[in-house]
Design a protein around this ligand. Sequence first.
Ligand SMILES: *[C@@H]1O[C@H](CO)[C@@H](O)[C@H](O)[C@H]1NC(C)=O
Ligand SMILES: *[C@@H]1O[C@H](CO)[C@@H](O)[C@H](O)[C@H]1NC(C)=O
Ligand SMILES: *[C@@H]1O[C@H](CO)[C@@H](O)[C@H](O)[C@H]1NC(C)=O
Ligand SMILES: *[C@@H]1O[C@H](CO)[C@@H](O)[C@H](O)[C@H]1NC(C)=O
Ligand SMILES: *[C@@H]1O[C@H](CO)[C@@H](O)[C@H](O)[C@H]1NC(C)=O
Ligand SMILES: *[C@@H]1O[C@H](CO)[C@@H](O)[C@H](O)[C@H]1NC(C)=O
Ligand SMILES: *[C@@H]1O[C@H](CO)[C@@H](O)[C@H](O)[C@H]1NC(C)=O
Length: 294
Amino acid sequence: MQLSPLLFLAAGASATGILLPLYLYPSAIYNDGAANWKPVYDAIINNPSVNWQVIINPHNGPGLSGLPGDDDLNYMNGTAQFNSLPHVRTIGYVRTLNGASPLSEVEANITIWATWNSYTSSNISVHGIFFDEAIEPSGVSDGSNLAYLTNATSFARKAFGSTPIVTICNFGAKPDSRYYSICDEIIVFESCLDNNAGNSVCTTAPLPPQYENQTTISANIPDTTYANQAAIVVHDFVGTTYDGKQANTTTLDSYVSTLEANSVGWAYFCSLNYSSVTFGPATVGVFASSVGNA
Ligand SMILES: *[C@@H]1O[C@H](CO)[C@@H](O)[C@H](O)[C@H]1NC(C)=O
Ligand SMILES: *[C@@H]1O[C@H](CO)[C@@H](O)[C@H](O)[C@H]1NC(C)=O
Ligand SMILES: *[C@@H]1O[C@H](CO)[C@@H](O)[C@H](O)[C@H]1NC(C)=O
Ligand SMILES: *[C@@H]1O[C@H](CO)[C@@H](O)[C@H](O)[C@H]1NC(C)=O
Ligand SMILES: *[C@@H]1O[C@H](CO)[C@@H](O)[C@H](O)[C@H]1NC(C)=O
Ligand SMILES: *[C@@H]1O[C@H](CO)[C@@H](O)[C@H](O)[C@H]1NC(C)=O
Ligand SMILES: *[C@@H]1O[C@H](CO)[C@@H](O)[C@H](O)[C@H]1NC(C)=O
């Protein structure tokens, strides 16, 4: 098991960091300084005690051009802005499609991500790889993708040479605990707040699991020694909770405090989906303050 390689905040820092899937195009207008990402940039600046990992995702992977920054000035500008801030790791997105993506394709995309690190005109380096859709096809993690993810994560570490990276695997549900020795970090829950509100993914049968605060944490991280490697992601934070509370800042603050009390390593709550950072009540700024103040 690797320790988190970058020198992140330790003393006085909040225990829980923010793992942000930023699937939002950086710019509203070409060369506008990545205006769409400005709320994230501001939230980072305004919460200096919080560690961040920002997942960059031009096109379900490093982008179609194969060139560093996907040869897109807007991605380069936004990524370089994040890299200029302390306590931020930029992370490159790849998808495993539950182990169905050919390893050769996953590896080719990781190789492209690694080329972002040798770009010289600006600092668009990434410091980790996010393996999306990592859970086994059955939806219940049983270890059947252990060989696949072992290969994929070790390829990533080699591809970045002497630059240390983190590997983050998105199971979205409780992983077979053996994956904790393969992936540095694991998303152990990714779902909705309410089955009667939010995007149709939350309200259409088969209904996805609702977030249930301590119950979810205890169920999905049964062995607390793994808590600091675990991440919890809740989207569509609107409507009411499983026990009838309002999706508001009071509830959000309480949930964040509970994550902190359980030493959960990483979290992200948003009120819409990963295409918006400004939809409330859980805008990126509000969530960051909640984590920063917890
Ligand atoms: C991003 O773009 C803006 C607007 O063109 C420019 O002022 C700024 O220097 C750029 N920043 C980086 C890190 O490239
Ligand atoms: C590889 O990247 C391309 C371009 O971003 C994307 O279309 C494809 O889905 C990616 N495949 C994997 C396995 O990440
Ligand atoms: C690029 O930014 C990253 C993240 O802040 C930093 O670790 C790295 O040293 C920077 N690289 C260069 C060449 O300045
Ligand atoms: C992983 O890599 C090993 C050694 O290269 C290879 O023998 C094995 O078939 C690979 N496993 C998978 C699931 O691709
Ligand atoms: C949030 O909703 C709860 C009821 O679930 C209420 O007690 C609390 O005052 C509300 N907080 C805000 C900021 O509206
Ligand atoms: C979440 O769970 C914790 C621990 O059981 C509890 O103290 C807190 O009040 C709960 N928060 C909400 C909003 O129900
Ligand atoms: C995010 O939600 C908005 C509003 O419901 C919707 O228009 C958009 O397509 C969604 N984006 C994704 C990627 O699902």
